[in-house]
Design a protein around this ligand. Structure first.
Ligand SMILES: Cc1cc2nc3c(=O)[nH]c(=O)nc-3n(C[C@H](O)[C@H](O)[C@H](O)COP(=O)(O)OP(=O)(O)OC[C@H]3O[C@@H](n4cnc5c(N)ncnc54)[C@H](O)[C@@H]3O)c2cc1C
Length: 495
């Protein structure tokens, strides 16, 4: 076979996988003064990280399982992300109706939510009477309805979070390539990592990149590059699917959280980008993980049964559904338990310069990044050594935030009356999604471009900017991940 062409430049580390985990490692590595290369076999955020429930949350279910530390760190991350990325990560209200004889009792919920509030450092929950619940959740099932609890978490545009981390990292000196697959790892005679073989998945161009460290952040694909070192402990790909409906069918400003009558799992009906999302499922994904995952009819019927249970008078049917989105959770499993009972915690595996990080949640990507870099520390150049990662992660606020001199310039350009008459909320949204690059948008777009596309919140300017400056190769990259309107086309957008 022909040898891969080595490229002159070597990197302190190569990160494989352009989902939120890889993007988080990339961003943090650049911030630490390292020189990283990130490669993604498909488009950035092509995998699970654009197919999540878009919640930045502590995870009440972990409390129920007694995982207090996990919940606490996720709650703290949520609070940090809310302050670092306003306009991208925004507060979101939840309501959970409480029933006599079905689902958790008010006592259990009050206890759990008091702990949740304590972890956040402020009271973030309230109790609604039955009458108040009926006012807040029209058409909710009234049989045995007692009351409801309300609480706060947060919502994110998951793909834009990945892109923000990657492009901020590139602006600070990192390099990131989409449509570039890591084929295999190169090692020396002692087994130590020395490089990685890459292939452009479209042109077929092959390269050998020199590096002492490879971070394998490929989610459900992790064992392709790094078979599990723990006997009997493997990735168990679990599919989660959502159904999407036009928002006008049930206008709502908060998430309805409820317990599915069939298997007692929590399910959510939530608003996002003018649509209603219903999800999720949790089933074994037996298909090829490299192919687009799809919802099955069984999953769709399961979700519809849940909806009919909580909102019996809404009478939505699958005919009203405009889209479905399915993703595969990278779950590490030792002994097969019921899918929803599998741990969502992440793992780190090390092998002479190869570090694999997989599992976990979107919410905790910065903690995963810290763990991965800590595990690779021995092989990284001096500048990243002797750093206490948790402290550094906390101070990440400045580099990723909506503040700073460059961002001020971006804000000014968008605020320029010649450019736009955007509302403060719309400006915040742009700054959250694009950071200082929001200013570039103002440079290539005129006032009219800052108007919305049909009834969506997406601006024409975002489409122009995505097409020109955000490394797209296919229309789907633009419409599904740079902006998200492709999911809702045509009915939700154009009617
Ligand atoms: C339905 C669902 C709902 C969820 N909801 C939430 C939620 O609300 N909140 C939350 O916090 N978490 C949620 N999660 C979990 C969260 O989405 C995942 O933990 C997270 O997105 C995983 O990110 P990742 O980067 O590890 O994997 P991915 O996003 O899958 O990224 C891995 C990437 O690696 C690439 N890749 C694979 N092999 C190679 C190779 N050889 N070379 C180069 N690239 C390669 C893939 O193309 C892929 O893009 C949800 C998960 C699912 C499935």
């Amino acid at each position: 076979m022909k040898e891969d062409k080595p490229i002159g430049k070597s990197y302190d580390l190569v990160i494989v996988g352009g989902g939120v985990t890889g993007a988080g490692v990339f961003h943090e590595a650049v911030r630490q003064g390292l020189s990283p290369l990130l490669v993604e076999a498909n488009d950035f955020a092509w995998g699970t990280s654009s197919r999540s429930s878009k919640m930045v949350h502590g995870g009440l279910r972990y409390l129920k399982e007694g995982k207090f530390l996990l919940t606490r760190s996720a709650v703290r991350e949520r609070q940090r992300l809310l302050s670092v990325y306003p306009g991208l990560v925004d507060p979101l209200n939840f309501i959970m109706p409480i029933y006599d004889g079905h689902g958790p009792s008010m006592g259990a919920m009050k206890f759990g939510l008091s702990l949740y509030s304590l972890m956040a450092g402020e009271k973030q929950h309230q109790i609604f009477s039955r009458t108040q619940t009926l006012g807040r959740v029209p058409k909710v099932c009234q049989t045995n309805l007692l009351s409801a609890v309300g609480f706060k978490d947060a919502q994110v545009d998951d793909a834009r979070l990945v892109l923000r981390l990657i492009f901020d990292g590139c602006d600070m000196g990192g390099q990131a390539l989409n449509y570039t697959r890591a084929q295999s790892i190169e090692r020396n005679a002692k087994g130590k990592v020395t490089g990685v073989h890459l292939k452009d998945t479209e042109t077929g161009l092959r390269l050998l990149v020199k590096t002492p460290v490879v971070i394998n952040a490929t989610g459900a694909f992790a064992e392709t590059l790094h078979p599990s070192p723990v006997k009997g402990f493997h990735i168990r790909p679990l599919r989660g699917s959502h159904l999407v409906f036009p928002g006008k069918l049930y206008p709502m400003d908060r998430v309805i959280s409820f317990i599915h009558p069939l298997d007692k799992r929590p399910v959510f009906l939530f608003p996002w980008e003018g649509c209603l999302f219903l999800g999720t499922t949790d089933v074994d994904h037996t298909g090829d993980v490299s192919k687009e995952p799809c919802i099955t009819m069984d999953e769709a019927e399961y979700l519809m049964a849940g909806l009919a249970h909580i909102l019996p008078d809404l009478k939505l049917s699958l005919d009203d559904c405009i889209a479905s989105i399915a993703g595969v959770r990278p779950i590490l499993s030792k002994k097969k338990v019921t899918a929803s009972k599998e741990s969502r915690e992440h793992v780190v595996w090390k092998d002479c310069g190869l570090v694999t990080i997989t599992g976990g949640k979107l919410t905790t990507f910065r903690l995963l990044a810290a763990d991965a870099l800590r595990a690779a520390q021995k092989y990284l150049p001096k500048c990243s050594k002797n750093k206490t990662y948790p402290t550094k992660i906390a101070s990440c606020v400045e580099s990723g935030s909506g503040s700073g001199a460059k961002l001020e310039v971006a804000t000014k350009s968008i605020l320029d009356p010649g450019t736009s008459k955007l509302s403060p909320k719309a400006i915040q949204r742009l700054l959250g999604r694009y950071g200082k690059r929001a200013g570039d948008m103002a440079a290539i777009c005129t006032g009219e471009d800052f108007s919305s596309i049909a009834t969506t919140r997406t601006l024409w300017a975002e489409l122009c900017h995505g097409a020109r400056h955000e490394q797209i190769r296919h229309l789907s990259d633009l419409l599904l991940r740079r902006v998200r309107i492709g999911f809702f086309y045509p009915m939700a957008v154009w009617t």
